[in-house]
Design a protein around this ligand. Structure first.
Ligand SMILES: Cc1cc2nc3c(=O)[nH]c(=O)nc-3n(C[C@H](O)[C@H](O)[C@H](O)COP(=O)(O)O)c2cc1C
Length: 401
């Protein structure tokens, strides 16, 4: 079978051996903020398993931007650990990227000792938090922090950075009219709401210095009526092309409002509640989880139609993500004009998924049906307390649930 997947491709200054990228999916493998042996081993195994590039997920640009104690933040102390990871990935012939972001209103003061911040002081159900409105000086400091984090990523040997501008984290909170209610030049009009992102792009581009690929993960829409809608999603994509992004990853959803929009499939209520350590939130979840955590039907390549609309609107390389579970699906995406395909759940289940579909083109990831009509998403619940784990890891036959 002639495939596009196993052909090399370029993102800015870097060349990947093929079109498969391990998507940023929080590994939960940085106890006390320090990248562990498990994190290195996991990404090494994904690299050995055939991807062109693997992405370390959800690294905060500052301590105050962390949601979890087992989440890393960029500072000189983590560089040697990340260097071991990038060396291990490179030794397997793959490239390494790191996703950089800031939790904003989903920051946890118990983790960082700092009150959560946001564009505006809007109460969020995630962590039951009333964040502090960011001052002008704090906004400037966070823009600089993104630039500094890119510089440290470069020092650690990463080939690419992925700026997290989606899923309701800090940049996305600036873009979304629901969380950005500012009346100054950081809020209101599209031009103002995108100012934080534009300034971060300038800082990141300068720090990358043309040596690393600058990728941005963005929302095509937030997935709720008061959030960012599809029309503005396309405008954001066009803007990022103008601001020098080397590629865009197209996703959607807002963790504090529509957490499973980005993943679809089953909502693992029971697993999420049992892993919640905050008693107040746990009690609230027992009563309201089924109302608050909406379930979205899953189908293979569930974001493809929306992503095609973005494809028609920009000419930079695009990375598809969402429900790619088979070689057939991946080829459909690449044939539709996308340059790369990211995968999260299939590579949590089988780190060697890419080698498997090379050997057996008919192989389909268990993630397609492990929860019945779609993924069980148990892996999402596990990452809240520790390492993200797939109950069917290694390709075991899914158990009846
Ligand atoms: C356990 C888990 C953790 C995730 N963590 C992140 C994250 O830290 N950053 C992010 O941008 N997306 C995160 N995602 C979303 C994935 O990157 C991806 O966009 C989504 O799962 C759809 O891809 P898939 O169908 O290949 O799983 C996570 C997904 C899972 C399953």
């Amino acid at each position: 079978m002639k495939t596009r997947l196993f052909t090399p491709g370029k993102i800015g200054p870097i060349k990947l051996r093929n079109r498969a990228i391990r998507s940023a999916a929080f590994e939960g493998m940085c106890p006390d903020g320090i990248p562990s042996r498990s994190l290195i081993d996991y990404h090494r195994s994904v690299a050995a398993g055939g991807v062109g590039m693997t992405t370390v997920a959800y690294v905060s640009v500052v301590n105050g931007g962390r949601t979890f104690s087992h989440q890393a933040y960029m500072h000189p102390g983590v560089i040697p650990h990340f260097k071991k990871l990038t060396d291990a990935v490179h030794a397997e012939g793959a490239l390494a990227s790191v996703q950089l972001g800031h939790a904003g209103n989903m920051g946890d003061s118990k983790v960082s000792g700092e009150r959560a911040v946001a564009p505006s002081s809007v109460f969020t159900l995630f962590g039951l938090t009333l964040p502090r409105k960011m001052s002008e000086a704090y906004i400037e400091a966070m823009i600089d922090a993104h630039g500094d984090a890119v510089r440290m990523a470069r020092e650690a040997g990463f080939d690419a950075v992925e700026i997290h501008a989606g899923h309701g984290y800090l940049i996305s909170q600036f873009l979304s009219p629901y969380t950005n209610r500012r009346k100054d030049h950081w809020g209101g009009s599209f031009d103002n709401r995108t100012r934080f992102l534009k300034r971060i792009m300038d800082a990141a581009r300068e720090a990358a210095g043309g040596k690393m690929a600058l990728i941005v993960k963005m929302n095509m829409e937030d997935g709720f009526s008061r959030g960012m809608q599809k029309k503005e999603g396309i405008m954001v994509a066009r803007l990022l092309e103008d601001y020098g992004a080397d590629a865009l990853v197209l996703s959607g959803g807002f963790v504090s409002q529509t957490p499973f929009f980005m993943m679809k499939g089953m909502t693992p209520h029971r697993d999420l509640i049992s892993r919640q350590t905050d008693l107040l939130i746990k009690t609230g979840m027992i009563f309201f989880s089924r109302i608050m955590l909406k379930q979205y039907p899953y189908r293979e390549l569930y974001f493809l139609e929306d992503a095609l609309k973005v494809r028609e609107s920009v000419s930079l390389p695009l990375v598809y993500v969402g429900g790619a579970v088979s070689l057939d699906g991946i080829e459909r995406v690449l044939g539709a004009g996308f340059d790369f395909v990211q995968m999260a759940r299939p590579l949590l289940c089988e780190p060697d998924f890419i080698n498997r579909i090379r050997r057996d083109p008919g192989h389909v990831s268990f993630c397609k049906t492990c929860g019945g009509d779609g993924p069980c998403n148990t892996c999402v619940a596990t990452m809240y307390q520790g390492e993200a784990e797939c109950p069917y890891a290694g390709g075991k036959t899914p158990l009846p649930r």
